[in-house]
Design a protein around this ligand. Structure first.
Ligand SMILES: *Cc1c(COP(=O)(O)O)cnc(C)c1O
Length: 368
């Protein structure tokens, strides 16, 4: 019987100890190249670390196990994984993107994909009827996040995958916010999952990495070729840091979630807060009554850090309109609700009372 998710975070599929010297912590194979026995023959299949490396391979196997993927490739960042996913397409292909995406993904689409001749269109993936209307003969993919960043809007992955498959298009899901611990898009019918591993997967605000998980052999072959050719694969040390982070994913996600539930409850009771957006996991967005108050809160937090990024042990507060989403056109930001009164909180795994106490004093000071 397959191990449970929390066990697989530590042992992967659990094919016994994978290291030839039986090290408990899988070693960092800090090497660029590998010796060959005879021409064309390398016993363990490793030639050169851009293409493959044992530490990265073990991390990739672990992630495949967690996402239920046929194959996973670890990249040097989430954006490297997403860029490689978009390399799959040809000039003239139509790609539908969720309209509320990570700002860097929007920049990739606007400034790189269009140059490559893709026809890219943003649509509301939360509404299957609208999505159906956006499908065209040349639609090759539907790409979205659920919940979205930062507005926490939810898309039904299974419903989108069904529409996409009928149209002969791929479903690509950015699963950064939920992680495989809370959501497995491939099991709901998606074809490809991408991750910013920088966030919950590595989990300690100390590593930048990304993943591309393929649901079948054909996709996996193409992405193996693309990743070894374009070359943005993950180094051995970062692979090891991410493996170490993953071991506690289950514990961390439970704590992120229970902390975020407590904090979102507290936020809902504050006069200074007009709306709270919370969809599970450890992420909360909220609006305050004025832009001045938003800036004053950012200035007054002490335990929580005013910084970009999310998903680590430390609580971080972000100002999306300025920090993560400046590349989204202002009109689109207004439409989505990414205004100058919106703050995004990545609730860390500190004691929840300390997080709430810090917010309380920052709110009090901001109200003065
Ligand atoms: C951070 C993030 C990315 C980009 O990942 P990097 O590791 O920073 O390159 C993509 N998608 C989402 C949802 C993110 O939060």
């Amino acid at each position: 019987m397959a191990y449970a998710m929390d066990t697989r975070c530590i042992h992967g599929e659990g094919h016994g100890n994978p290291d030839q010297n039986h090290a408990i912590s899988y070693p960092i194979y800090q090497t660029a190249s590998f010796s060959h026995l005879t021409p064309g023959h390398n016993p363990n299949g490793f030639d050169y670390s851009r293409e493959s490396n044992p530490t990265r391979a073990y991390l990739e196997e672990t992630l495949s196990s967690l996402e239920g993927a046929y194959d996973t490739i670890a990249f040097s960042s989430g954006m490297a994984a997403i860029s490689t996913a978009f390399e799959y397409f040809q000039p003239g292909d139509h790609i539908i993107c969720g309209e509320d995406l990570y700002g860097g993904a929007v920049r990739l689409i606007e400034q790189v994909c269009r140059k490559n001749g893709y026809e890219v269109e943003f649509a509301d993936t939360t509404d299957p009827a609208l999505l159906k209307a956006a499908l065209k003969k040349n639609t090759k993919a539907i790409y979205f996040e659920t919940p979205t960043n930062p507005m926490m809007r939810i898309t039904d992955i299974g419903a989108v995958a069904e529409l996409a498959h009928q149209a002969g298009a791929l479903t690509i899901v950015d699963n950064t916010f939920m992680t495989p611990y809370f959501q497995n898009p491939l099991k709901e019918g998606a074809d490809i999952v991408v991750h910013s591993g920088t966030k919950y997967l590595a989990g300690h605000n100390d590593t930048v990495c990304g993943f591309l998980c393929s649901g079948n052999a054909e996709l996996a072959d193409r992405f193996r070729l693309l990743s070894k050719t374009t070359g943005a694969t993950l180094g051995p040390f970062e692979s090891w840091l991410c493996l170490r982070g993953l071991k506690t994913l289950a514990l961390r996600m439970e704590r992120h979630k229970s902390n975020a539930e407590a904090v979102s409850q507290w936020l809902r009771e504050q006069n200074m807060v007009s709306r709270v957006y919370y969809a599970g996991s450890g992420m909360i967005s909220f609006t305050v009554t004025t832009p001045e108050k938003a800036v004053a809160i950012l200035k007054n937090i002490r335990l929580i850090t005013f910084a970009e990024s999310l998903g680590g042990t430390e609580s971080l507060l972000t100002y999306p309109a300025v920090q993560t989403h400046p590349d989204v056109p202002e009109e689109q930001r207004e439409k989505l609700g990414i205004t100058d009164t919106l703050l995004r909180l990545s609730v860390g795994i500190e004691n929840p009372d300390d997080i709430i106490a810090d917010l309380r004093q920052a709110f009090e000071n901001a109200g003065k």
